[in-house]
Design a protein around this ligand. Structure first.
Ligand code: C2E
Ligand code: MG
Ligand code: MG
Ligand code: MG
Length: 285
């Protein structure tokens, strides 16, 4: 009896597992198709200097223009790619598309940097820096200074040594890195110490309630102190209001990105947005 029950339970479990795996398989097949059929899009969110009000550049953020379901946020499909070889293929598409955009803006006389989120799996591919150099060469006039790479500290996956080596190799191409979502990983301080990134990007989780949460404010002050000691530049993400920007600037944070400045937008809206911003920028003295 008990054995029978156990067996049934086991079967039940297998059916669930089967459904899950089948679902994952179908999602991956669909994502592969999306790449082949050119359904991914990059949206661009500005980064500004709070002192001068200048537009520094844009972060490229992936979207999936799904034929039936509409525009999908990365949280809805990136997790399905986690650790799958297709994740690297998508990341290559993002990198090449963002470099093409950076080259095009540069050719139009803009000096905006384009930031690209690089997943750990892509960064850890053998020859990452050589590949990047090759990509840069494919766009005449584009140099390493025109792009930045954002890496999630929570995705470095243990091999800090290798990540650090790759960062150094890319630095020879004058490509700068940002430690993204800083403060949310399990060992932020170890990453800060061992990864020579130019930027620290403060996670929006600390910014959101900074105006009324003393603990978040204390953490932000601490991050600013660390950044100074380690000689890193700081940008805050999730800057939703003018008051946030003002308070961040008062803490010594010179750069900001967030809905209060602009939401991520399709590339054809960028020049109009810039004109509007330049007419009325946020700049603190
Ligand atoms: P992230 O790199 O930390 O990017 C910032 C995310 O915060 C973006 O979400 C952006 O739309 C959102 N955001 C910006 N300002 C505000 C704000 O003021 N308030 C709030 N509530 N949110 C704000 P998005 O575009 O949904 O991207 C989510 C994450 O997905 C990104 O976080 C990044 O980790 C990942 N991601 C996006 N595109 C790519 C990509 O091309 N490659 C890789 N590997 N990851 C990507
Ligand atoms: Mg990012
Ligand atoms: Mg971030
Ligand atoms: Mg974030």
């Amino acid at each position: 009896q008990a054995k029978q029950l156990g067996k049934n339970r086991c079967q039940l479990f297998d059916i669930e597992l089967d459904h899950r795996l089948r679902g994952q398989y179908e999602t991956l097949t669909r994502l592969k198709q999306a790449l082949e059929q050119d359904e991914f899009r990059l949206f661009y969110q500005p980064k500004v200097n709070l002192h001068t009000g200048q537009v520094m550049g844009f972060e490229a953020l992936i979207r999936w223009q799904h034929p039936e379901r509409g525009l999908l946020a990365p949280a809805l499909f990136l997790p399905a790619l986690d650790q799958h070889p297709l994740e690297v293929e998508v990341s290559h598409w993002v990198l090449r598309t963002a470099l093409a955009q950076a080259a095009s803006w540069k050719a139009q006389g803009h000096d905006w940097t384009v930031s690209v989120n690089i997943c750990a799996q892509h960064l850890q591919q053998p020859g990452f820096a050589d590949q990047l150099e090759e990509y840069l060469h494919q766009f005449p006039g584009l140099t390493g200074q025109d792009i930045e790479l954002e890496i999630l500290e929570s995705s470095i996956l243990g091999d800090i040594q290798q990540a650090s080596r790759v960062i150094r190799q890319c630095q020879r191409l004058n490509v700068r890195f940002a430690l993204d979502d800083f403060g949310t990983g399990y060992s932020s301080l170890a990453y800060l110490k061992q990864l020579p990134t130019h930027w620290i990007k403060i996670d929006q989780g600390f910014v959101r309630d900074m105006l009324n949460d003393q603990d978040d404010l204390a953490i932000l002050q601490g991050i600013m102190g660390l950044a100074q000691a380690f000689e890193r530049e700081v940008i805050a993400e999730g800057v939703e209001t003018f008051a946030h920007a003002k308070a961040l600037f008062a803490l010594g944070c010179l750069y900001a990105q967030g809905y209060g400045i602009a939401r991520p937008m399709p590339v054809d809206q960028v020049t109009d947005w810039v004109l509007g911003w330049q007419a009325q920028p946020w700049s603190f003295h």
